[in-house]
Design a protein around this ligand. Structure first.
Ligand code: SER
Length: 317
């Protein structure tokens, strides 16, 4: 039986991952790690143990790992791409100094570690179509730089110290539960909120800008399945491309319009978001994940749209 610590359990991915892990492994086996000011509430607090786990404080993480006999750490502390550009030092402090601390605790306490990478780990020199697993990664954003470093440092701990580190490169993650904050792909979440509220959507990303996206249930499945994968089959360990769907604003708009014919959208392109989006892949090739640990998403754009609209109608009532 695993004992899991989720660092960042109240964030966009962490909040849903904590609930999903508790369903799979039992509430008492999954500790919701949080920082002061972002405390878990409701079922997240009641569904199992919770503890302060700040990536900037290694001793504290070590104490939590010892207290709850943790053997697996999901490290989801991060700033998203747009907000990281305005706070680059903090992005580094959380993403890299924090990761180093988590990896050191994992090394000394024999834990496995999942720290997500992202489509943001690629740059403008990367092949944009069917982006290979192993290719050029020269991002120019601090988010991307920290994600490439995450992959490399995680590999380093794997090779040098035998720490079991594994991860995927998440596409933009779409969900109706916890809002993302300050990401380039956030528009693909916000557009559903506007549609359900009956408001016109002002899109900050230009027509024809394709990016990989994934629905939250598939993102959670990827995070859990890679940690459950048979190590004997793994050629790669960190930064698996996981693709699911790829679209531009026009395509998601039309997908929503099919169910909300009165929905309207206009463009007001944000130069920072657009320049970041332009440097990311149009669509990744995820054949390594498919071959090495049987990755396969369940949702396409239409299935996600039906589910998003249905659940947001309930939530926003
Ligand atoms: N969703 C992230 C962002 O837009 C990308 O992984 O910053």
């Amino acid at each position: 039986m695993k004992n899991i610590l989720v660092i960042g359990s109240t964030g966009q991915i962490g909040s849903e991952l904590t609930r999903e892990l508790r369903k799979r492994y039992g509430g008492s086996h999954v500790v919701a790690g949080y920082i002061v000011g972002a405390e878990p509430k409701g079922d997240l607090l009641e569904g199992g143990p919770a503890a302060i786990a700040d990536v900037t404080d290694a001793q504290h993480i070590a104490d939590v790992v010892e207290e709850f006999k943790i053997d697996t750490i999901y490290n989801l502390a991060a700033l998203l791409s747009v907000v990281a550009e305005s706070r680059p030092r903090l992005a580094w402090k959380i993403g890299i100094d924090g990761l180093w601390k988590v990896l050191e605790v994992a090394r000394t306490h024999n834990c496995s570690v999942f720290t997500p990478s992202s489509i943001g780990s690629f740059g403008k020199d990367t092949p944009h179509d069917n982006t290979p697993q192993d290719t050029i990664q020269r991002p120019r954003t601090i988010y991307g730089i920290s994600k490439v470093t995450t992959e490399l440092l995680s590999d380093y701990y794997q090779l040098k110290y035998g720490v079991d580190t594994r991860s995927v490169r998440f596409p933009g993650v779409i969900s109706y539960v916890t809002l993302p904050g300050g990401g380039t792909t956030d528009y693909a979440v916000d557009i559903y909120y506007s549609a359900v509220r009956g408001e016109k959507f002002v899109c900050p990303i230009g027509k024809g800008t394709f990016m990989d996206m994934i629905y939250m249930p598939d993102a959670l499945k990827a995070a859990i399945d890679i940690m459950e994968a048979d190590p004997a089959r793994l050629v790669h360990h960190n930064g698996f491309n996981v693709a699911s769907m790829s679209f531009d604003p026009e395509i998601i708009y039309q997908a929503i319009k099919k169910y909300k014919p009165e929905f309207e959208m206009e463009y007001q392109v944000d130069p920072l978001r657009q320049s970041i989006a332009d440097s990311w892949p149009n669509k990744m090739d995820d054949s390594c994940a498919r071959n090495e640990w049987d990755w396969k998403p369940d949702y396409d754009l239409d299935a996600m749209t039906v589910d998003m609209l249905k659940n947001l109608e309930i939530r926003l009532k």
